[in-house]
Design a binder for this molecule. Structure first.
Ligand code: G3H
Length: 312
């Protein structure tokens, strides 16, 4: 046992010391961030900018950016079918509102959604990559993504291997992300969940964002929603900064998805405002800004209609 432990520790140390192509990429960015400065920047945005976005127009936009999510242990084909049929019904019942951006489900339900969804333009997102822990062999993660795509998923949400990231194995992190992007293919957008509540510091969040984008992420996403804290305005601010700098360096536009713990309409308006202030108007479409949430749709609908509604 002692020898095995020594070998593992030796390999981990060796990996940390080998310079990888990703160290070169990281070196182009300032990843030495001050958490207090981030908190202060966010406090200012919330105090000065959020109130002006508390409008009907923004709320309608946010509705159309929702990734309507059901990720429950109790989900079944029957419940997922009913969930999808609510999205189908929505177009008829509220023609004045945009439809949600995606339906987000576990990969075993991709087929159920694909066979029953009738609304054009609603994407089918499947969590994958051994969601939410990311603790599985890469072969399993690749197979999970491939099977979901074969069943009709049009977007795949994977989880960054957080343990590897915290051990400093950036090459291992990026290899896993790249392999899963290859399984998705060019036409299926892949979101990489950083689980910001676990990696905690602004510097770690910036590094993970950069690594994920260089490794093939089409979107970066804050959280699984299965661990506390989930999305926070501070994590969103740092991730948007990273997306902006990556765009300046490479010309590649990457989407942003705050997800998990979006519990009020004001939370959603706060994320919208951070994206607007840091990334600008170019990101304010339901392609580039998504909100991963299981509760927001009913709350936004109630506010927009002026009465308590539980549609989904
Ligand atoms: O990606 C979406 C999240 O899992 C949803 O989290 P939530 O249930 O806290 O809204």
């Amino acid at each position: 046992m002692g020898i095995i432990k020594d070998v593992i520790l030796h390999d981990q140390e060796a990996k940390k010391q080998e310079p990888s192509k990703y160290d070169e990429a990281l070196a182009k960015y300032n990843t030495d961030l001050d958490d207090n400065a981030v908190r202060e920047a966010v406090r200012k945005i919330i105090a000065e900018k959020v109130p002006q976005n508390d409008t009907e127009e923004v709320k309608k936009f946010l509705f159309g950016s929702i990734e309507l999510t059901t990720l429950k242990t109790t989900d079944s084909e029957t419940s997922v079918l009913a969930f999808t049929e609510r999205v189908n019904d929505f177009d008829n019942e509220y023609p004045e509102l945009p439809h949600v951006a995606t339906i987000c489900v576990y990969p075993c339900f991709a087929k159920t959604v694909a066979e029953s969804l009738e609304v054009d333009g609603v994407e089918i997102a499947c969590v994958s990559g051994s969601f939410p822990s990311s603790q599985a062999r890469i072969e399993v993660k690749v197979a999970e993504a491939s099977l979901a795509v074969a069943d009709g998923a049009t977007e795949i949400d994977i989880v960054m291997p957080v343990g590897k990231f915290l051990s400093g194995d950036y090459e291992g992190v990026c290899d896993e992300i790249s392999e899963q992007k290859a399984a998705c293919g060019e036409d299926v957008a892949m979101k990489v969940i950083l689980e910001t509540g676990a990696i905690k510091t602004a510097s770690n969040i910036k590094k993970a964002s950069i690594l994920a984008m260089y490794a093939g992420a089409d979107y970066i996403k804050t959280s699984t929603g299965k661990l506390e804290p989930a999305a926070t305005p501070e994590a969103a601010y740092v991730m948007c900064q990273a997306i902006k700098e990556y765009y300046e360096q490479t010309g590649i536009q990457i989407g942003f998805k705050p997800a998990g713990g979006i519990n009020t309409v004001m939370d959603a308006i706060t994320y919208y405002t951070i994206v607007k202030e840091v990334l600008g108007e170019k990101w304010l479409t339901n392609k580039w800004l998504r909100l991963g949430t299981s509760r927001l749709a009913n709350m936004l609908l109630s506010e927009l209609k002026g009465e308590q509604i539980k549609f989904f």
